[in-house]
Design a protein around this ligand. Structure first.
Ligand SMILES: Cc1cc2nc3c(=O)[nH]c(=O)nc-3n(C[C@H](O)[C@H](O)[C@H](O)COP(=O)(O)O)c2cc1C
Length: 284
C-alpha cells in the first residue's frame, strides 16, 4: 500500500495513511461539531497537558508567538466570564475555558531591551496575532476532541473586551481574541451541514459559484437539520412578543445569517478598534 507521503518526500514522523486506509486524523476533523452543554466534570491535568502542547505546536507567524493562553479552571472566574460572554451558560458549565490572547508584550520588551524601535504598530500585527490565536485554538480543539471532549470556540470573549481584560488581568499589549470551552459533552447536536463546495472552492481563479441555487439548497438543508428550531435570530424592528413574519419554510441559513449581519448585535463590538488601539495594537 502506498502512503500519500511516499508520493512526495517522506519526512518522518509524518508517515501518513494510505488514501483508502482508516485515518483517525481525518475522522476527527470530519466529526467536528460545537458543543454548548457540558457535564460538571473538570478536565484533569493529564488531559490538559497534551491539549496545551497541541495548541503550542500550531504554526505561528514568523515564529513570533504573538499570543498567550489563559487557562480558566476557576469556576467563579468562568461564571464571571459567562456574564461577559453574552451569558452563554456553557462558559461556566464547561470543564475548562482557554482564552487565547493576542500578545505583543514580549516583542515590545525585547525591542526595548535592545534599544530597537518597535515598528510593529500596523494592522498586519493585529492579523498576525489574531491568526496565531485562532490556529492555536483550533489545534487545542482538535486535540481535545481527539480525547473525547466537546469544544466550542468563543468569539464572545470580545463582547466586553475591557471587562474580559480586567477579569483575566491582561496588561497593555495583550487582549482576549478567542476562547475555547472544553468539557465532557452533555449534548450532541451532530455535525452542521456546510455550504456546498461549488460555492466555496474554485480553481486557479476566484469563481463565485452558482450562488442562488446553491444557497437555496443549503437553506433547505439547514432548515431540515433543525438547527434553527427555537433559535431564530431576532428581527430588529419586530418586538419579541410579535409573530415573526417569516414562515418556517422561508427560514434557512440566508435568512438567519442576513439577520445576524444586519442585526443590532453587530453594533455590540463597534468599540473594539478603539479598545485595541488603547492596548497598543495599531489598526493603521
Ligand atoms: C472564531 C469563532 C468564534 C466562535 N464564537 C462562538 C461564540 O461566541 N459562541 C458560540 O456559541 N459559538 C461560537 N462559535 C461556534 C460557531 O458558531 C460554530 O463553529 C458554527 O456555528 C458551526 O457549527 P459547528 O462548529 O458545530 O460545525 C465560534 C466559532 C468560531 C470559529
Amino acid at each position: 500500500m502506498t502512503s500519500t507521503n511516499d508520493l512526495n518526500t517522506p519526512r518522518p514522523p509524518f508517515t501518513g495513511y494510505a488514501l483508502d486506509e482508516d485515518n483517525p486524523v481525518l475522522e476527527a476533523l470530519l466529526a467536528h461539531r460545537s458543543v454548548r452543554a457540558y457535564k460538571d466534570v473538570p478536565i484533569p491535568e493529564r488531559a490538559l497537558g497534551p491539549i496545551l502542547d497541541a495548541a503550542q505546536r500550531a504554526p505561528t507567524s514568523s515564529n513570533l508567538h504573538s499570543y498567550s493562553i489563559v487557562v480558566v479552571d476557576d469556576r467563579k472566574i468562568r461564571e464571571r466570564a459567562r456574564d461577559l460572554c453574552g451569558n452563554q451558560a456553557f462558559v461556566a458549565q464547561c470543564g475548562v475555558l482557554l482564552v487565547f490572547c493576542s500578545d505583543i508584550s514580549r516583542h515590545i520588551h525585547i525591542c526595548a531591551e535592545r534599544g530597537y524601535p518597535y515598528r510593529g504598530d500596523q494592522i498586519n500585527t493585529v492579523l498576525v496575532a489574531h491568526g496565531d490565536c485562532n490556529l492555536a485554538c483550533q489545534n487545542a480543539a482538535v486535540a481535545a476532541q481527539s480525547l473525547g471532549y466537546g469544544t466550542c470556540m468563543l468569539g464572545n470573549v470580545r463582547n466586553d473586551p475591557q471587562g474580559m481584560s480586567d477579569l483575566l488581568g491582561l496588561p497593555k499589549y495583550v487582549y482576549a481574541s478567542v476562547g475555547l470551552a472544553i468539557g465532557v459533552p452533555a449534548e450532541d447536536m451532530g455535525t452542521k451541514p456546510r455550504l456546498p463546495r461549488s460555492l466555496m472552492v474554485s480553481r486557479n481563479r476566484y469563481e463565485p459559484g452558482p450562488v442562488k441555487q446553491a444557497l437555496a439548497a443549503y437553506d433547505d438543508e439547514m432548515r431540515l437539520s433543525g438547527c434553527y428550531d427555537g433559535r431564530r435570530e431576532p428581527l430588529n424592528d419586530v418586538p419579541p412578543d410579535h409573530a415573526d413574519p417569516v414562515p418556517d419554510e422561508g427560514y434557512g441559513w440566508s435568512e438567519h445569517s442576513a439577520r445576524r449581519m444586519g442585526g443590532d448585535n453587530q453594533t455590540q463590538r463597534r468599540g473594539l478598534g478603539e479598545f485595541m488601539e488603547g492596548k497598543g495594537f495599531s489598526l493603521l
